[in-house]
Design a binder for this molecule. Structure first.
Ligand code: OOG
Ligand code: NI
Length: 465
């Protein structure tokens, strides 16, 4: 008999990482406390409406982690570990060109892909791989040195990988194996006390602080663990009031009076952490590294491809307006006007215009005495109140915000040789690297929407066009 099913392993993995990270970065515990306060206050104010984008038990346990690895081999290994927890690669993010500030990584996110699994526990991990072959960041000698350093390290032991394969194959593990898997997997992401080679670390840091964090040390670690809140503006104010300095603004959509869409995130820089450095003469000394930070997020409705196009145009328009605006105007202020002019203010309009993903429930009370004669359109059913749109929450990330989050713990610009051609990466190449298909997030949302329309059609016994 299986003692722990996949989702139970995942929930327990997220919980253990949270305990570990809270011991490593105490400010994280403050963030979780404040997030809980915010969510409780929001539920008290909004009642059942507060759970429109996820049950309160889901949201309270919800976290995303971020980790960074150094090579395709490490990426494929980490994919095996996450598969044990029912987390599969979704989406491709190229942060090398995501904004004016570029980071030498390409990324995907490991997460549950079906809605029941997401509802049980949505733990996801944004996973970045150093683009160690990209000549824009690393010259020929450094590429060779990096390949050698990363090639020689072993982030994940054979025991862990084999147990993970077993958990994935059997969709769970018995109690003893589960315990061992959870111990090993959690420990693999713990901050290491091993000495850091001072010269090597600094050489990489001169190019990018992300490169040194990944390739300058012999282990990996959780970079941040992010709770979800239902009101991020409230969270931002409460954190500032506690004296924790947040980055200047909330990334992603501005605050506005229409539906929440996509993802809003903000962060603060964690304090320096003690690390031991080893110098060229063999001596060691205590030093400090400041690479980790706190992040928090609020999730909204997933946008369709055309909704996302509109979003991207609104972002570009906000940037353009900001450039023309009087000194002192913030990006968020510029964006608020653009949003008010362009985005429908109700979920129903988002649904009718095909801008966001929904599942469609049935309100039988709205059906007349005579059965519907088909075919009918979804829009007619929505207008008649028979089909009731329920938002599908955005489970993924935004490249521009991700780049902003990376930047929030960097003090130096880093260097990049724009004269060189970059290495090509895309979702297909990432699938090859990971060793399993990287899902397109839109396909997942689309399928969920279509399935719900198909079952509605069946219940109404009509065809919906
Ligand atoms: C990942 C940054 C991206 C997010 O929430 O967008 C990210 C990292 O810093 O490793 O976590
Ligand atoms: Ni993050």
């Amino acid at each position: 008999m299986t003692a722990l099913e996949t989702w139970e392993l995942r929930a327990e993995f997220a919980r253990r990482l949270s305990v570990m990270y809270g011991q490593e970065v105490p400010a994280y515990n403050t963030l979780v406390d404040v997030s809980t306060e915010v969510n409780e206050a929001y539920v008290a104010k909004q009642g059942a409406e507060a759970e429109r984008l996820g049950s309160i038990s889901r949201v309270t346990a919800e976290r995303h982690g971020a980790i960074r690895v150094g090579s395709p081999k490490e990426m494929a290994q980490v994919a095996r570990i996450f598969a044990a927890f029912g987390m599969y690669p979704v989406g491709f993010y190229d942060l090398r060109d995501a904004s004016s500030s570029s980071v030498p990584v390409v990324s995907t996110a490991f997460r549950p892909i079906d809605s029941n699994e997401l509802a049980r526990n949505p733990f996801r991990v944004f996973t970045s791989m150093l683009a160690a072959e990209d000549p824009r960041f690393f010259d020929c000698d450094l590429r060779a040195e990096l390949a050698k350093f990363i090639g020689a390290r072993q982030l994940f032991g054979e025991d862990l990988l084999n147990l993970a394969d077993k958990a994935a194959a059997d969709a769970g593990l018995d109690q003893d194996d589960a315990e061992r898997l959870l111990d090993l997997a959690t420990a693999a992401f713990e901050l290491s006390g091993d000495p850091v080679d001072y010269e090597w670390y600094n050489k990489l840091e001169a190019i990018s602080a992300v490169a040194s964090d990944i390739g300058g040390v012999s282990t990996t670690h959780i970079n941040h663990l992010t709770p979800r809140v239902l009101d991020i503006d409230d969270l931002y104010e409460r954190m500032q009031a506690r004296g924790i300095t947040m980055i200047d603004e909330i990334q992603g959509p501005p605050r506005w009076d229409g539906p929440d869409v996509l993802l809003r995130q903000t962060s603060f820089r964690a304090l320096g952490e003690n690390r031991v450095f080893r110098y060229a003469d063999g001596s060691t000394n205590e030093g400090e590294l400041r690479v980790r930070f706190g992040e928090v997020e609020a999730r909204g409705i997933a946008l369709t491809v055309s909704g996302r196009d509109l979003y991207d145009r609104m972002v570009a328009e906000s940037d353009a307006r900001l450039a023309e605006a009087p000194l002192g105007t913030t990006r968020v202020e510029a964006a608020a006007g653009v949003w008010a002019e362009n985005l429908p203010r109700t979920e129903k309009e988002l649904a009718l215009q095909g801008l966001a993903y929904f599942t469609y429930g049935l309100d039988e009370g709205q059906l007349g005495q005579t059965p519907l004669a088909g075919p009918v359109t979804l829009a007619d059913l929505v207008e008649a109140g028979i089909a009731v749109p329920e938002p599908i929450v955005y489970e993924d990330f935004l490249p521009r915000s991700a780049a902003g989050i990376f930047q929030s713990n960097l003090t130096e610009e880093g260097s990049k040789d724009e004269a060189q051609a970059g290495t090509n990466y895309d979702i297909h190449r990432m699938s090859t690297i990971v060793g399993t298909k990287v899902h397109d997030p839109n396909d997942l949302y689309q399928r969920q929407q279509e399935d719900s329309i198909a079952s509605l059609a069946q219940r109404l016994n009509v065809s919906i066009t």
